[in-house]
Design a protein around this ligand. Sequence first.
Ligand code: GRF
Length: 186
Amino acid sequence: MSKVKAAVFASGTGSNFQAMLETDLACDVVLLVCDKPGAAVLDRAAERGVPTFVFDPKSFASREDYEAEIIEKLHEAGVTWIFLAGYMRIAGATLLQAFEEKIINIHPSLLPAFPGKDAIEQAHDAGVEKTGVTVHYIDEGIDTGPIIAQESVDIFPSDTIDALRTRLQQLEHNLYPQVINQLILK
Ligand code: GRF
């Protein structure tokens, strides 16, 4: 039986994208969607032969317009699930309606604490004793959709932001593929 087809959306480094490809995923990642021409994640896709759709949002009149184009590419590729992994854009109604309850995101904090950018720095600077990672469905807000899974880590008084980031990334790279498999095989 052929596997479910998925797309990953990413804007940056792509360590989560790579972790998915290195895991025994219950789906095939058939497309990487990227809004940043030149992003490092594109090299990772090229190395592994994953097709990409790269777009520059500035060359579209609106979010609706670029999302309509993305949806066309997703349909052409037979994609039914979307995994956001460092995609630095808010999804609009066009995309959300086309893939209802099929778009999930990973965020490096225990949501609802520390949404948005620099979540790791925010937690570190707030002096909290624990932070973690969250996998959640997305909605039109910033890191506000229903939570699917969370895992926490301690923040030690001696922790630098980099040390904390490394621990959180390890957590992400394990948790995200696990949750993806659970959702797909459900
Ligand atoms: C991850 O920390 C993820 O939680 C957040 O963006 C970061 C992406 O990192 N949404 P990478 O590009 O996968 O290395």
